[in-house]
Design a protein around this ligand. Structure first.
Ligand code: HEM
Length: 409
């Protein structure tokens, strides 16, 4: 009985979490350290439930990793009064993430049957299922509560309100961020419940968005967003390590994530003629090619169109990335997902893009790009409602280390 009560009370949840790990089988030597974040230790395609991305490595997975089909982006408020419990909760996130991304034989049951390590959502065999758990911290974690002010990463600050934003406080900011990506929606929900149970009493969920991508078989090249355009075509090459050091990673091997929940006004958009939509984006709707070009990966050739006769000067892609020598270091690594989550009071669909972009320096990169996009024609059709800025610390070095250890110890 005592055990059950301990399990149910927030303050004791950490101790329970540690005990549960043992039962759930913590990954040990089986977890292969991963020098290149993108390497896959499982053999097969996305449908292979053994597909596995190592949690440990110099840099966190889920940044350069090619997008898995599903994502959950969730932010938490830290609610414990104790700095030690906060650190222990952060450590616990890594312990559980390591187990979940490795797989284990789950014990099923109810809390009253004794300690139960698993919700059972995936049955008795928890497989990695292409899961990545990426952990971030928001600027608010470094306020006066935990004595961490001096540890705040240099480039971390709260996300400002941009001119066309309609931010809702309940889905903006947060002390801790988790980005879960994987091959199946149920795998992510299983992971989320496990991670939340292990940190009960320490972290309370603040907002959550579930994202998805179209199946790769739908069309060649980048998948489409919910405006019907290919999205993700022009992204910096994640295989170019030097470029990633310039655009994504800081000296420590961390990075800054910008998350923007951007609703698409799809009913309104669907009444706009295709040619007009294409002028707003700067690309053809069917092939994804830049206007006037034949293929998705063709260069838009702005030098050959200096007045915007082919691709308007205010087209989204042209403003976002003018492709001049001076603007190339402003590039961001976009890794967003589509979302759809119900209907508003007016009966309109609430769907859009969970925009996620990784930057080495948010002010040099995302904020400059965002500044150029202010007032673009597309703003009539998209409404940013939430998100935040988060620092993703370097990865856990080994099974004894945890993400964020450098900030807390
Ligand atoms: C719901 C909102 C948005 C939609 C529907 C959208 C849509 C698109 C589409 C269709 C493309 C062309 C395909 C591609 O290269 O991926 C694109 C490119 C791009 N977008 Fe967005 N976007 C949105 C928001 C943003 C935001 C907030 C930013 C940054 C502040 C951004 C930055 C970029 C960049 C950098 C490119 C690549 C341009 C290039 O390299 O040629 N987008 N976007």
């Amino acid at each position: 009985m005592l055990r059950r009560r301990q399990f149910l009370t927030g303050g004791a949840a950490l101790g329970a979490g540690v005990a549960l790990d043992r039962l759930a089988g913590r990954p040990g030597a089986a977890a292969t350290a991963n020098a290149r974040d993108t390497s896959v230790t499982g053999p097969g395609p996305a449908t292979d439930r053994q597909r596995r991305f190592a949690f440990d490595g110099p840099r966190q997975a889920g940044v350069l990793t090619e997008r898995q089909p599903y994502a959950i982006v969730v932010a938490f408020d830290a609610i414990t009064a104790s700095p030690a419990e906060l650190a222990e909760g952060m450590r616990e996130l890594s312990v559980r993430a390591r187990a979940l991304t490795t797989g284990y034989d789950a014990l099923l049951g109810a809390p009253s049957d004794g300690p139960t390590p698993d919700s059972g959502v995936l049955g008795s065999k928890v497989t990695p299922g292409g899961l990545t758990v990426t952990i971030g911290v928001g600027a608010s974690l470094f306020d006066g509560r935990y004595g961490l002010a001096a540890r705040k990463p240099a480039g971390l600050k709260p996300m400002p309100v941009f001119p066309d934003d309609a931010l809702v406080d309940a889905e903006t900011h947060g002390d801790v961020l988790l980005q879960l990506c994987g091959d199946a929606a149920d795998g992510l929900l299983h992971a989320l419940r496990d991670l939340m149970r292990a940190t009960r009493g320490v972290l309370a969920a603040r907002w959550k968005v579930e994202g998805f991508l179209p199946p790769p078989s739908r069309s060649p090249g980048a998948g489409r967003n919910l405006l019907g355009f290919k999205d993700g075509t022009a992204n910096p090459d994640t295989g170019d390590a030097g470029l990633m050091d310039r655009l994504v990673w800081d000296e420590a091997g961390g990075t800054y994530a910008v998350v923007r929940i951007i609703r698409n006004r799809v009913e309104f958009w669907d009444r706009v003629a295709r040619a007009e939509q294409e002028l707003m984006i700067g690309r053809l709707k069917d092939t994804g090619a830049p206007l006037g070009k034949a293929k998705e990966l063709d260069d838009p050739d702005y030098a050959g169109d200096p007045k915007g006769a082919r691709i308007p000067m205010d087209a989204h892609i042209r403003l976002a990335r003018p492709r001049t020598a001076a603007t190339e270091d402003q590039r961001i690594l976009r890794r967003g997902y589509n979302y759809s989550r119900g209907i508003d009071e007016a009966g309109q669909l609430d769907m859009g893009l969970v925009f996620v972009a990784f930057n080495r320096d948010v002010e040099r990169q995302f904020e400059v790009v965002q500044g150029r996009l202010a007032g673009e024609p597309l703003v009539d059709y998209v409404v940013p409602t939430g998100g935040g800025y988060f620092y993703l610390p370097p990865g856990a070095r080994d099974a004894q280390d945890w993400v964020g250890s450098g900030l807390f110890t």
